[in-house]
Structure formats: C-alpha cells, structure tokens
Ligand binder design. Sequence first.
Ligand code: BAL
Length: 272
Amino acid sequence: MTLHIQLAQIPLQDGDTAANLARVLALIASAPAGTDLIVFPETTLMGFPSAEEIAAVAEPLHGPTLAAVQQAVRAANVAVAIGLAEVLDGRYYNTTVLLTPEGVQLAYRKTHLWASDVGVFEPGSQLPVATWRGRKIGILICFDIEFPETARALASQGAELLLVTNGNMDPYGPVHRTLMTARALENQLFAVMVNRCGSGGGLDFAGESMVVTPGGDIQLALGRDQALASTTLDFALLDASRRDYHYLSQRRIALAGETSATAAGASAFLIP
Ligand code: BAL
C-alpha cells in the first residue's frame, strides 16, 4: 500500500489569513495528478499571530477559512495536513488538522509550546491518532518533536505515519533534521515534516522539510527555499522495518497516561 504525498514548503504572511489562504487554494488546485495528501507548515492559514492579533484572526474548525479549504479539497479530491490558529471555547490553540474530502479526520492542538507560542496559544492535552486510507496517522507540531514522549504516545496507539507541521527557525534546523530521523527510527514509522521557509517576525525559517522512512533513511530532504516536492510512501518499508524486531512491543517501560478510544479506528493519548 502506498500514499502519494506532496510537501508544500512555503513562506507565510503572519496575521494575513487572506494571503495565506489564496496561496493554499492555488496549491491545492494545482496538485499533481494522483496526489493523496499535501502537507503544509505550522499555522499555515494565519501565520504566527501576535498576542494582540490572535483574537481577530483565530477561527473555529467550522470557520470560513477552513470551509474554503474543505471546498478546495473536495474539488481536487486530495487531503491536506494544514495548520491554523484555532479558537475553541474562548481559548486559542496552535492546531493542525488532517482534512480530507470527507471532512476533518484529525485535529491536533500543539501540546508543547515554544517560547513564542506562550501568551498566544494554550497547550493541547491530547495526542490523537486516526485511521485514513487504512493507515493510522498522528500529527505533531514543531517543538513537540523535541520530546520523544510525543511520537511514542502516537506510536503506542499504532501510528504508522507521523505528520509534522513546522515553523522551525534558525538556528534549530539541524535539531529537527536529527530528531525527525530519531522519531521515525525509534518508533518504526514514516515521519513527514514540512517547515515554513522565508522570514517573518524577525525570524528566518530553516525550511529543510523531509521524509524519513521507518528504517531511519532520509527519503526526501529539501533545502531552505520555497519548494513543492512529491514522493511516495511505500508501507512495505514499515513492515520490513518491523520484521526482525519491534521496539513498541518489546519495550519494557511504558508511558504514564491513559489512552481512550474516540471513534472507529481513532484514539487519543491523554496527557496526565
Ligand atoms: N525549535 C523551534 C520550535 C518551535 O518553534 O515550535
């Protein structure tokens, strides 16, 4: 079984939802034939809003911006993993959704806040996994991958594909290059990371989006500049990586925390 994915490493405009949405809609409409999933960066749709802007730009998952993306996803018959600034019950979250022609399959709220997230977003408290196209998928956002427990919490629920939406800036590019390989290898799953590029808010974003196989090989690695790159995830590599040993079933130390079944083929690890 394979998944054809496109990595959309793009610059973003902080606080300018209209500009970011226009770019996203154009990329969805022009996705190469046969693409199953396009992965975008962290907070793609709003960029990084400031504490002063967040109330004005944050939207609920049923808001107009994600509705426009949903319409484009249906028209192009592709799925997207895309970030947004979400408002839910009066609280703001740095959220990434897996949005398919059928709707929101997965919504993940960044659980480990980077310094610039604090005061703008609240941390999420769940690490959910959903099943799509027969594969269990989990999402992390940027700083999350710097904590091994996060990917392990997804893998403990059977995750086979980790999607990471990034807004990683200089000088931390090498940190994520190393850790994406580690997260894939130690959990024997595909890890796909798409970072922002360009600059904004006084930051230079590192780009360097990548795909790592369950065996820890770098299947695709981009540079620092804007790029669209397609590749195919062959899940036979996941089975091969687990043939002689399986870290998850052989580990002797489990994570502290409960996992709840949330829907058919879906679950969530609850941070205590
Ligand atoms: N190394 C930066 C992590 C973040 O911006 O979430």
